[in-house]
Every structure is written in C-alpha cells, then in structure tokens.
Ligand binder design. Structure first.
Ligand SMILES: [Fe+2]
Length: 229
C-alpha cells in the first residue's frame, strides 16, 4: 500500500486541484437543481404543497438556530422541510385530492407517503439525514404516529421540527373548503398538543420566535398570510 508520505506534497495542487473543486461545484449545483425541480414537481402535482414546503424550509432553519442545532445540520433539515412530502407523487389523485373523508384503505395508502419520500431522497447522494427526517415527519412525540411509532427523542430532531411547522402552516393555510386559522389560534392548538403529538422543546422554540418572524417568513417565500394556500 502506498503511504500518504510517498505522494508529492503538491499532489493535489494546480490544475488537478482546480478540476476537483470544479467537479465538486458542478455536483453541488446539480443537487440544488434536482431539489428545486422536485419542489416544483410537488407544486405541479398538488397545488400549494411546494409553496407550503418552501415556507417550512424557512421556518425549519429559524427554529433550528433558536434551538442551537449545529449549523452543519441545517442543510439536511432545509432539504427535508422542502421535500418531506415528495412521496405524495406516488399517491393517486383520487386519494390525494379527495375532499371528503378518506376510507381506511385510502388512509393506509396516503400514510405511505413518508416512506415514498424516503425511498426517493435516499437515492440522492449526501441526503442520508434529510431522507431520514422525511421518513419520520408524521411520527408523534407520544409514539402514536407513523410509520415507525417512534417516541420522544427516538424521532430524529429534524422530523420533530418539520412535524410542528407542517402542522402550523397547514392550520393557517386556506383550503377551498375552509379558511385558515388565525396565527394565535394555530399557536394555541400547537400548545395543546405539545408533549403528545409534538416535541415540547420544538413547540417552545417555535412559539418564542413565531409572532416576531411570521411576516418575515412569508415575505422571504414570496407569499402572504392572507392568501396562504
Ligand atoms: Fe406529510
């Protein structure tokens, strides 16, 4: 085996080094394009899901910083927030867009979407954590969620964050069959499910920043609370 000391000290300098950096840059920009394309695909498949996920990515990073998560973890969290529902492209329109109550069979199929999201994201190099966060975004803090029935800190922190902001954004968003809740009402509902459905630490962090930052989140994503869909 050749030891490191046998290489010339300038082994990766000059043109070779530049080529390596160029390829790394190309790979990074390709991955970003794929992530944006998938987000766009979600919007085309289920109007509003892509926009909703863009707001989630904005919230996720703000909550993670508030909770003191390492900056190095934020990218995976941001991608998970953007693409946690990408698996919905595998759910038939008759279920995905059904306005009435889903039957047990339809609900079982709908609940497969986190696993579908995981099966897509795990194929993209470097998104291991993001795919895991997506897989567990419908787990409940008390263990009553799916697909794994994980409990408390068994649930990855990224999934616990996505779970809270996913619920908040869904509550304040307008639907064709109902108007979105006011911010304070949505916050009250999060608080009432803190410790059962949601991680109390994540809810606390969200509540502490939500009121001050809600306008910024909507502005950063080019949307407005009054027309949230
Ligand atoms: Fe979901």
């Amino acid at each position: 085996m050749i030891s490191r000391s046998e290489f010339p000290t300038d082994f990766l300098t000059g043109a070779t080094w530049l080529r390596v950096k160029e390829l790394e840059g190309q790979q990074e920009s390709l991955l970003k394009s794929v992530i944006c394309a998938f987000n766009q695909l979600l919007d085309l498949r289920d109007l509003g899901t892509g926009i909703h996920s863009t707001r989630l990515a904005e919230w996720a990073v703000r909550i993670a910083r508030k909770m003191g998560l390492p900056e190095t973890d934020l990218y995976q969290l941001e991608v998970a927030a953007l693409l946690h529902d990408i698996g919905k492209i595998g759910i038939p329109d008759s279920i995905l867009k059904k306005e009435g109550k889903l039957s047990d069979e339809e609900r079982a199929l709908m609940n497969k979407h986190p696993e579908y999201s995981w099966s897509i994201l795990r194929l993209l190099a470097g998104l291991d954590k993001a795919s895991l966060y997506a897989l567990h975004h419908h787990e409940s803090y008390d263990g009553s969620g799916y697909p794994g029935g994980l409990k408390g800190t068994e649930i990855p922190i990224g999934s616990r964050i996505v779970s809270v902001i996913d619920a908040y954004d869904a509550m304040i968003s307008n639907r064709c069959y109902r108007k979105g809740l006011a911010h304070q009402e949505a916050v009250q509902r999060l608080l009432s499910s803190s410790g059962t459905q949601f991680d109390p630490g994540v809810v606390q962090a969200f509540v502490e920043i939500a009121e001050a930052e809600v306008a910024d989140v909507f502005a950063a994503t080019g949307t407005s609370p009054s027309i949230a869909i």
